[in-house]
Design a protein. Structure first.
Ligand code: HEA
Ligand code: HEA
Ligand code: CUA
Ligand SMILES: [Cu+2]
Lengths: 289, 547, 386
């Protein structure tokens, strides 16, 4: 395209990355679908799909980064990116809201009803006699057997502190970037990355303990379901965020980003804060209460 | 039959200086697979949607053929249920929604004076996910277990009895969700960030407004659907008990989550229709839209209310009385802003100088038949009466009235309205009118008797029925076949317009048309507005109301 | 015909088609298919009918007003008549009016709607209780106080006629698809409580003449109540998609005067006592085979098919099946307890010991299976009771 001066909105030429991404997506999800149906080759399809997606991301983001560094993006393009990221995060918020909704529904309605409260009197009496609805519960049939829960003020609390401080470190990195303090930028970023991965590590340890010692599994009724789905999706997001932070850190080391122009950095930082806030919700409603 | 529009005054000069960048990519793959151009992507969406409309329509024909008379003649009950389920999934997610995104792609940049969509690469991806998603969904019909057969609402535990195809359905829904979310992010970023200087929010065409709000709804509820089907997946394959009472869950919880998505979803399908109709009626009434600001607020109110009424689909599940009362009142309230819209359309027509070209005919058909569907919706909202209506053909009649002569008619109105703009040629007005009249009459023969069937007690989602329902089912099926066949005319008109029509369209196309898209040439340059257009009372439709 | 008038002609044709339908609704002499909600035979159904008619007429009036305004405008304010467009763009007064007036109409509708709902949901003291359990695809009724219980399935005659291309004309079957082998019998003028649940997927219990439907949800119990004023036979259907035979699980209600009902119940109790005796005695092979054949036809054939060949892929063949020709213990086990997560349900909860023993004997010695086993009801009872 001939015109990408500062007053012209940058409209890229054709791109192959989306179609590569679609191929990756269908291979990966198709693989997953065959996998849950126990086809032996399916995990390979899944892996190949995932690799294609990773290739796509490198290619796509790489191109965007090159264009950005070449100064092709004016302020209006920057705003588009910002809006894109903000609304993407909003969609993620709604995704988590769905699982929180399930948690609240179970705790406020279905479990008490099974226990005979409100409209559930005959439900309890005729179908689940003797079921005492106290949270945490694996339901009237004790699916998955007896279990114990992870106390809030152990590892989860430590993890809360870790995530909160990583929110501080990423902000410090941002300040450093705005003051064009490259060393501070890189150091604080690396600290954030480290905190992120420590969090993931502790979370994995916690899962191991749950499965091996506490008898708490994905199959432990509604408690196990909500617990693992919420913390699991959160953990996946932290992992993703930490990888994104790593990329940003490497880019910072290579001298990318300018004090007044660093959308890539900010996008990752927002994402990280989002992951952080979700955790606070989790800590409160999954562990403490 | 003569063509009743008059070629208006052109502003080719505005468009002219954009033309020197007007180089389309060459080669089929470059043009269609790799494109970042909002018009090409819009075309892709529209063509895909039309294909899906026929696919879903063919399934509807199977349904209507089996229901033509009592007794099972054509298909096994399980296959019938697969047809019902797939018909709905394909019509909703494959035909109507992508068609609206296609319109958004084509029209929004032109209507707000932008060069393209805000995020052109992502725009390509949001389209190119769809063919894969639907290939995956349709492939389930070929599997041993057959396709999904639990209804488009996928209620557990029934949906969990689905065999190997189940996981494919879930992942296909995930892909559709990802596509919709990306498409909507693009629409919002375009509208909020790409408007030409001077195009303030309250000068935007109503179609742009309705899409802005639709996009917000989509981003808010598609992730919720994704979460819901994910829970189905883990309940089926990984031993969770979200929807299993033995483990402390509740099958009804799925319904709450589904309808938290599902109710806004139906407005996702109708709000852009409101937008298109609000563009067309003023054009052919040669009179500005009545109550522009009220229309904007009404749209926003409908969107807001759509989040808090979901359980009106669940009046028979045994909610506590207070819940049922609340959901009844909240649902009834939606009639107020929707009424404002209907009254404003009528007032726009009132004392206009009307002509009745095909787009106007479809728009008028929309207003009348959508209102009928809306009024039956209001009846469904009355909880005690819904204890009788629920899950009968009365409901089927309601939602087809708002969806087929509602959303689909508005899509057709829009297609006829902008086809000359898109292609640079006039379509055949005669065949357009024939298409309209056959469609409008047959759609009533198709769906009106279904009200009676429902009231007389015929449940929905059944492949066979007792003989007392025979007469109206036969009438309905005949209407269905005529309606289906008449859609072939639509395809004929489009093909003729694109490939054969010699009559060039002017830039303005319709005498009464106002708005930025009409100051561009027909067809418009490849990149809509590289230089922002001048916004003044002559170029936009709503240059502020006269206060 | 002048071109400008195509619109009017077209609109007239459409309106005429719609009006023809409407006339059907109004014509008193019309004897064809029913076209309106039933008035039913309970106070609730009557309330719901009147509520329905009220809101219907309100909607009709709104429709007529809105459409008239439109069509007047279409007829008068058209360019072909030389009408010049006015330029007005809004009117605050009008807009306020058409916000307020609909609100008022809605309030008018909400009042009777609220009353009807409260009447329905707030249950009075009831005199008897019937537990309704939905299964794929039949209903089980349990008279709690009288300890009478039985299963009600699609009538065999309908069941045969409804097969794909069965060759039987549905019109020749009495109450095609709306008949059962054993109807639910209830007393008139009695306040009856229903407790409704399901054993597998969600069903919905609906007899239009009672005026409501209620979902049967596995793991939860829903309550509803009724008081039927007139003896008679009332028919309904499952109203929630519940799998392939959702269309084939009708409900038939036989309402008897109180006294007749009392004697009917006594009879049922006697029959159940006989059944108890039947469990204890020894049965001959012939007896078991002939009972088995009929149990198989009414209960099992829906899925495993009359010839025992099943319906691939979902429903396995019993002819030559490893289970039906293998160790007896496993066979009894699956029929008694069903298989979780499949449509094969726990028949132990539904059928009598004799029925199960007969079905087992039959399936082990029919369709070419020749184990020669004879399963006694006693044996089933022993396993069932631990
Ligand atoms: C485009 C899609 C669309 C739209 C716009 C609507 C609009 C409405 N719908 Fe509908 N609906 C569906 C699609 C849609 N619906 C679908 C797909 C289902 C079934 C899903 C399934 O189960 O598979 C469904 C089901 C459905 C139910 C559940 C029925 C049941 O299963 O038992 C209910 C109940 O309240 C309902 C209500 C309404 C109401 C009150 C409106 C209102 O928005 C209508 C408002 C409009 C008007 C009222 C007319 C115009 C107003 C005036 C002229 C003003 C004056 C009027 C008054 C003062 C009354 N709908
Ligand atoms: C936007 C959504 C949309 C659209 C456009 C339609 C369009 C149509 N629908 Fe559908 N429908 C739904 C959404 C939609 N529907 C939903 C959500 C359900 C509920 C599903 C559920 O219960 O889970 C449903 C259910 C549903 C049922 C109830 C099924 C049941 O309960 O078992 C029926 C029955 O008549 C039906 C019929 C039709 C018909 C005849 C059309 C027609 O308008 C279609 C017309 C189009 C064509 C016919 C295609 C074009 C022509 C050809 C392919 C050429 C060949 C044809 C001939 C020569 C005749 N639909
Ligand atoms: Cu049982 Cu439908
Ligand atoms: Cu709704």
């Amino acid at each position: 395209m001939a015109q990408h001066t500062a007053d012209q909105y940058y409209v890229p030429h054709g791109t192959k990355w989306p179609i590569v991404g679609s191929l990756g997506m269908i291979t990966m999800l198709g693989g997953a679908a065959f996998w849950v149906n126990d086809y032996s080759l399916a995990p390979w399809a899944f892996a190949v799909g995932a690799l294609i997606l990773i290739y796509m991301m490198f290619g796509w983001f790489g191109q965007v980064i090159r264009e950005s560094e070449a100064g092709l993006y004016n302020a209006q393009v920057d705003t588009s990116f910002r809006m894109g990221m903000m609304w993407f995060i909003f969609s993620e918020v709604m995704f988590f809201a769905c699982f929180f909704g399930a948690l609240f529904y179970a705790r406020m309605f279905s479990v008490p009803w099974l226990g005979g409260e409100g409209t559930g009197a005959s439900t309890n009496e005729l179908l689940w006699q003797g079921y005492d609805a106290v949270w945490p519960t694996a339901g009237p049939a004790q699916l998955g057997g007896p279990f114990r829960t992870i106390p809030a003020f152990g590892v989860p609390f430590i993890n809360t502190l870790i995530l909160l401080s990583s929110g501080v470190t990423v902000t410090l990195a941002h300040h450093a970037l705005k003051k064009d303090h490259r060393k501070g930028l890189v150091l604080w970023l690396l600290a954030t990355v480290a905190l992120g991965f420590v969090f993931v590590f502790l979370q994995v340890e916690e899962y191991k303990e749950a499965y091996q010692q506490l008898g708490l599994t994905l199959g432990s009724g509604i408690y196990g379901s909500t617990f693992f789905m919420l913390t699991g999706f959160h953990g996946m997001h932290v992992t993703l965020g930490a990888i994104m932070l790593t990329v940003i850190a490497i880019r910072s080391m290579r001298g990318h980003f300018k004090p007044e122009h660093h959308f890539g950095f900010e996008a990752v930082a927002w994402y990280w804060h989002f992951v952080d806030v979700v955790w606070l919700g989790l800590f409160l409603f999954v562990y403490v209460y | 039959m003569s063509i009743e529009h008059t070629h208006g005054h052109d502003h080719e000069s505005h468009a002219a200086h954009d033309d020197h960048h007007d180089h389309k990519p060459t080669g089929f793959l470059n043009r269609w697979l790799f494109t970042t151009n909002h018009k090409d992507i819009g075309t892709l969406y529209l063509v895909f949607a039309l294909l899906m409309f026929f696919t879903g329509g063919a399934m509807a024909m199977v349904i209507r053929a089996e229901l033509f008379m009592p007794g099972l003649q054509l298909v096994e009950p399980d296959f019938f249920n697969q047809m019902t389920t797939m018909h709905a999934l394909i019509m909703v997610f494959g035909a109507v929604m992508p068609a609206w995104v296609g319109f958004a792609n084509w029209m929004i940049p032109m209507m707000i004076g932008a060069p393209d969509m805000a995020l052109p690469r992502m725009n390509n991806w949001s389209f190119w996910i769809l063919p894969f998603a639907f290939a995956m969904l349709l492939s389930t019909l070929l599997m041993d277990s057959g396709g999904p057969a639990a209804g488009w609402t996928l209620y557990p535990p029934l949906s969990l009895q689905g065999g190997q195809s189940f996981a494919f359905v879930v992942f296909a829904v995930h892909m559709m969700g990802i596509s919709s979310i990306m498409g909507s992010i693009n629409v919002i970023a375009t509208i909020l960030n790409m408007r030409a200087p001077g195009m303030s929010l309250l000068k935007m065409p109503l179609f742009v407004w309705t899409w802005l709000i639709t996009a917000f709804l989509l981003i808010a509820v598609m992730p919720v659907l994704a979460g819901a089907v994910t829970m189905l997946l883990t309940d089926h394959f990984f031993g969770t008990s979200f929807f299993n009472a033995a483990g402390g869950g509740d099958p009804v919880m799925f319904q709450h989550i589904f309808w938290f998505f599902g109710h806004p979803e139906v407005y996702i399908m109708i709000l852009p229709a409101f937008g298109v109709v609000s563009e067309i009626i003023p054009t052919f009434a040669r009179k500005p839209l009545f109550g522009y600001t009220a229309m904007v607020y009404a749209t926003a109110s409908i969107a807001f209310l759509s989040f808090i009424v979901w359980a009106h689909h669940m009046f028979t599940v045994g909610m506590p009385l207070t819940g049922e009362l609340y959901f009844m009142y909240a649902t009834m309230l939606i009639a107020v802003p929707t009424g404002v819209k209907v009254f404003n359309w009528v007032s726009t027509m009132w004392q206009g100088s009307m002509t009745f070209e095909t787009p106007m005919l479809f728009a008028i058909g929309f207003v009348v038949l959508f209102t009928i569907g809306g009024l039956s919706g209001l009846m469904l909202a009355i909880t005690a009466a819904d204890l009788q209506y629920h899950d009968t053909y009365f409901v089927v009649a309601h939602f087809h009235y708002v969806l087929v002569p509602g959303s689909v008619f508005a899509l057709m109105a829009g297609a006829y309205y902008w086809l000359p703009k898109w292609t640079g040629h006039m379509y055949s007005e005669k065949w357009g009118k024939i298409h309209f009249w056959i469609s409008a009459i047959s759609v009533n023969i198709l769906f009106f008797p279904q009200h009676y069937l429902g009231l007389a007690g015929m449940p929905r989602r059944i492949p066979d029925y007792s003989t007392q329902f025979a007469d109206f089912n036969m009438i309905s099926s005949i209407g269905g076949f005529i309606f289906g066949a008449s859609q072939l005319i639509f395809v004929g008109v489009i093909l003729h317009c694109v490939y054969k029509s010699r009559e060039a369209a002017s830039g303005r196309v319709w005498e009464g048309a106002r708005g930025l898209e009409w100051i561009l040439s027909s067809p418009p340059p490849y990149h809509s507005f590289n230089t922002p257009p001048v916004i003044d009372a002559t170029t936009v439709a709503h240059a502020g109301e006269a206060h | 015909m002048k071109k400008q008038n195509t619109f009017i002609v077209g609109a007239a044709v459409t309106a005429a088609v719609m009006a023809a339908f409407w006339l059907l609704l109004a014509a008193p002499g019309y004897t064809g298919n029913a076209i309106n909600m039933t008035r039913g035979v309970t106070p609730q159904s009557l309330t719901h009918y009147h509520l329905h008619m009220t809101i219907l007429w309100i909607c009709v009036v709104i429709g007529v007003i809105v459409f008239s305004a439109m069509f007047i405008s279409i007829v008068l304010h058209r360019k072909s008549r030389g009408y010049e467009a006015a330029r007005f763009t809004h009117s605050t007064k009008a807009e306020i009016a058409w916000t307020i007036i609909p609100v008022v109409i809605l309030v008018v509708m909400a009042v009777p709607a609220t009353r009807a709902l409260i009447d329905m949901e707030v249950a009075p003291e009831t005199e008897m209780t019937v537990k309704i359990t939905g299964f794929q695809w039949r209903w089980k009724y349990d008279y709690i106080e009288d300890e009478v219980r039985f299963i009600s399935s699609l009538h065999p005659e309908s069941n045969a006629a409804r097969r794909l291309q069965s060759g039987t004309d549905p019109a020749s079957v009495e109450n095609y698809l709306l008949d059962v082998d054993k109807p639910l019998v209830l007393p008139a003028e009695t306040k009856i409580k229903f407790i409704i649940t399901s054993d597998d997927v969600i069903h919905s219990w609906w007899v239009p003449a009672l005026g409501w439907k209620r979902d049967a949800i596995p793991g939860f119990i829903n309550e509803a109540w009724t008081e039927i004023l007139e003896p008679g036979v009332y028919r309904g259907q499952c109203a929630e998609l519940c799998g392939k035979d959702h269309g084939f699980m009708p409900i038939v209600l036989k309402v008897l005067p109180k006294a007749e009902f009392a004697s009917w119940i006594q009879e049922q109790r006697r029959d159940m006592a006989h059944e108890q005796a039947d469990v204890e005695r020894l049965w001959s092979r012939e007896e078991l085979m002939s009972l088995g054949e009929s149990v198989y036809a009414t209960q099992c054939a829906t899925c495993h098919q009359a010839d025992g060949q099943g319906l691939a892929p979902g429903f396995p063949a019993l002819a030559g099946s490893k289970v039906a020709t293998g160790p007896l213990q496993d066979h009894i086990e699956i029929v008694l307890n069903g298989r979780d997560g499949t449509a094969m349900q726990a028949w132990g909860k539904m059928l009598s010991e004799a029925d199960i023993a007969a079905a087992l004997t039959y399936t082990r010695n029919a369709f070419g299976n020749d184990t020669g086993d004879v399963v006694q009801p006693q044996a089933i009872a022993r396993i069932k009771n631990g």
